[in-house]
Design a protein around this ligand. Structure first.
Ligand SMILES: N[C@@H](CCC(=O)N[C@@H](CS)C(=O)NCC(=O)O)C(=O)O
Length: 210
């Protein structure tokens, strides 16, 4: 069988989500870096993998998959032992809502390409970019903290084993710290991030990993 190839960028939070999932499943894979700063994601070579010109893309099972959550759900549906989404429909809906709150609401407005364009058309500099990130990440994670005030929350976002919601939360917390968004008071968010940080699969997926 061909070794899967993850096309990613070390600081990309969407890629970070997929790295966590691959590590939790112990799927051996190669990684090919697509350097966002060098704009390699807009090269013809990468656009052939993902017409959106975004990372990650995962070559697996003869497919070229894109969209981190679609990739995670594909792995969940095709790999034995994966439990990235709970079985009960109401629980699945909750995990998806938590994951989407990050991946579909916080992440897109804070994407590097979006922030760079806002700065370009407004003439904002580093201070404006930082204020933008702080606002949207801070507000988004504050809402997530309230969503996590729920009996279904356990050591992780949903119960006591990691799900797709944790795969989204952890990279977003990494970004919050990077941009110095004020999330110190978000007790559940921080406790879950700390619980995830104890797991080797999350450690190895981190941009801070050696
Ligand atoms: N919804 C997509 C988002 C992918 C995405 O936005 N990736 C970012 C890195 S985290 C990217 O490639 N940004 C390049 C750009 O904005 O030009 C997913 O979950 O895979």
């Amino acid at each position: 069988m061909t070794t899967p190839v993850l096309y990613d960028y070390w600081r990309s939070s969407a890629s970070y989500r997929v790295r966590i999932a691959l590590n939790l499943l112990g799927i051996e894979h190669e990684t090919v870096s697509v350097d966002l700063l060098a704009r390699e994601h807009k090269s013809p070579e990468h656009l052939a993998r993902n017409p959106q010109g975004l990372v990650p893309a995962l070559a697996i099972d003869g497919l070229m998959l894109t969209q981190s959550l679609a990739i995670i759900e594909y792995l969940n549906e095709t790999r034995n032992g994966a439990s990235f989404l709970p079985a009960a429909p109401q629980s699945r809906a909750r995990v998806r809502a938590l994951a989407y709150a990050v991946a579909m609401d916080i992440h897109p407005v804070c994407n590097s390409g979006v922030a760079a364009h806002v700065m370009e058309i407004t003439g904002g500099g580093d201070a404006a970019r930082s204020a933008w990130m702080k606002k949207f990440i801070g507000e988004g994670l504050a809402a997530l903290e309230i969503m996590l005030d729920n009996p279904a929350t356990g050591r992780f976002c949903h119960g006591d084993s990691p799900t797709m919601a944790d795969f989204c939360l952890v990279p977003q917390v990494y970004n919050a710290r990077r941009w110095e968004a004020d999330i110190a008071s978000l007790k559940r968010v921080n406790a879950i991030a700390a619980a995830c940080a104890e797991l080797p699969a999350f450690q190895a997926a981190s941009p801070k990993a050696p």
